[in-house]
Design a binder for this molecule. Structure first.
Ligand SMILES: Cc1ncc(COP(=O)(O)O)c(C=O)c1O
Length: 367
């Protein structure tokens, strides 16, 4: 048995123990075939039915309607930054993008290569510490792009804007963490390595009618229309990552599905935010109304720790948490301090252990 460590990494991140155990067993023998999953052709019945099963579980868990296709792709969410406009945005057309973080700005930078990009709002000047809510959409824009949860800054759209046409969302860091109405979106994409699986697979959920509207030639592998009829088997898909997703979705289903995850995620994040709101040492960095239930960045309060002591105390806090079995709490360099990523698979006991450790450190430093 390995020692108990709570892993607060932003991604790749904690997965359900049950899912990783099942995936580990499948490396040796997949579905009682006597062949390990890493050694098995994707053109075999067991793999084909596993991929189909993953599709139907995701469909059921998210309530994905029949007029949407699901594809499992490689290339990470970053490849979707270019695949989305390449497939949806015609040369002479425009798309609206909301600039709510580094990933959002990377998405809009890619889109500029394919059409006109209107940046309809940005919180960049305030280090992306909030989600701008007042903005005008551009008449005739093909779609409105949002980053559902901003992993680095810990902000999250609590209510999605109503798009004049349709929404496209990067849900990499909060897919399956809360209920969303898929019908509000023309396309949803997510790198799986936070809430769904290990690195290697990206999910795209595509409403059928958004495709086929651009005049450019799309390279075969970058064309959604290549992968949809082939059920993600046009070429060799990332089979193992899809299997880890399969097992994670099964765990999710057994544990009450998305509604139950949402309840627990609210409980976990409330617990940590409550501590941050009342601490003499720590404070959160995101605007209250936009605070994420998935990624919680926090820093030392300016009046609690003198500027020249911050770096030393940060190191001390990270070492202190590690001693208690709490790992990967270092903040992203653009925000500093600390970040607790508390995805679906982080049990509430992990957050309880973290707030206890924060209180003990506060006592140690401030008395
Ligand atoms: C919101 C968001 N979008 C996109 C990405 C990039 O994902 P990938 O590394 O799969 O390209 C990340 C990675 O952390 C992310 O958090």
């Amino acid at each position: 048995m390995s020692k108990l460590v709570y892993n607060f990494s932003a991604g790749p991140s904690v997965l359900p123990k049950q899912a990783t155990k099942e995936a580990a067993d499948a490396i040796i023998d997949f579905a009682n075939t006597g062949i390990g999953i890493l050694e098995m052709s994707h053109r075999t019945k067991p793999i084909e039915s596993m991929v189909a099963d993953t599709d139907s579980m995701l469909r059921a868990l998210m309530g994905i309607p029949e007029n949407y296709d699901i594809v499992f792709l490689g290339g990470g969410a970053s490849l979707q930054f270019c695949m989305v406009p390449m497939n949806l945005l015609d040369q002479n057309a425009s798309a609206d993008y909301t600039d709510t973080g580094v990933w959002a700005s990377k998405a809009l930078k890619e889109a500029k290569q394919f059409g006109t990009v209107n940046v309809v709002c940005s919180s960049k000047a305030e280090t992306y510490n909030h989600i701008p809510k007042q903005f005008n959409q551009t008449p005739g824009a093909t779609y409105l792009h949002v980053t559902s949860n901003n992993t680095i800054y810990g902000t999250q759209w609590k209510q999605f804007p109503k798009a004049n046409t349709y929404l496209v969302a990067d849900m990499s860091s909060d897919i399956l963490s809360r209920q969303v109405n898929v019908s509000d979106f023309g396309l949803i994409y997510a790198g799986a390595q936070k809430n769904m699986s290990c690195a290697g697979v990206t999910v795209a959920i595509i409403r059928k009618d958004v495709l086929g509207k651009v005049s450019r030639t799309i390279p075969t592998m970058l064309n959604y229309a290549t992968h949809i009829p082939e059920k993600s088997m046009f070429n060799t898909p990332p089979v193992f990552a899809i299997y880890v997703m399969n097992r994670t979705l099964s765990w999710l289903k057994q544990n009450g599905g998305v509604p139950e995850m949402e309840k627990t995620n609210n409980k976990k994040s409330d617990l940590l935010y409550n501590v941050l709101d009342n601490s003499k040492l720590f404070t959160g960095t995101a605007a209250k109304e936009d605070r994420s239930t998935m990624n919680i960045p926090f820093v030392f309060k300016k009046d609690a720790v003198a500027a020249e002591k911050v770096e030393g105390f940060e190191k001390e806090f990270l070492a202190f948490t590690k001693e208690q079995g709490l790992d990967q709490l270092k903040g992203h360099r653009s925000v500093g301090g600390f970040r607790a990523s508390i995805y679906n698979a982080m049990p509430i006991e992990g957050v309880e252990a973290l707030v206890k450790t924060m209180a003990a450190f506060e006592k140690k430093i401030l008395g």
